[in-house]
Write a protein that binds this ligand. Structure first.
Ligand SMILES: [Zn+2]
Length: 114
């Protein structure tokens, strides 16, 4: 499962950022996961408790997950459409020729502390 390794990196980044800012306990972290990133949010929820184990800074720290919509620009007719619900095919002209505009990201978006 590649989710566990990217989640691990995000947790380490949050920890390092908190340390740099003199914070010793986090209350939440927010990850943004693109629909086209290939990562499944359900696995982040599943692995989060494992990844934060033995990291006191994450005691009681919540995991928030945001989804970034996967949208594409049709290069034949310039329509913008939702890739997943259209199965990658332009709903206006049926072209598969497209530029992905968003939804491929995996970002540590926010860390919160009290
Ligand atoms: Zn089109």
């Amino acid at each position: 499962m590649h989710e566990i390794s990217v989640l691990h990196s995000a947790v380490e980044l949050a920890e390092a950022t908190a340390r740099e800012n003199g914070v010793d306990r986090l209350s939440y972290i927010t990850l943004e996961v693109g629909e086209l990133s290939g990562y499944l949010p359900v696995f982040f929820e599943k692995y989060y408790p494992v990844v934060i184990e033995n990291r006191p800074m994450f005691d009681g720290c919540r995991l928030n997950l945001l989804t970034a919509r996967g949208e594409a620009l049709c290069l034949d007719c310039n329509a913008i459409y939702h890739v997943l619900s259209c199965r990658g095919v332009c709903p206006k002209c049926s072209s598969r020729f497209k530029k992905i505009l968003g939804g491929q990201e995996f970002i540590l978006k926010e860390i919160g502390f009290e």
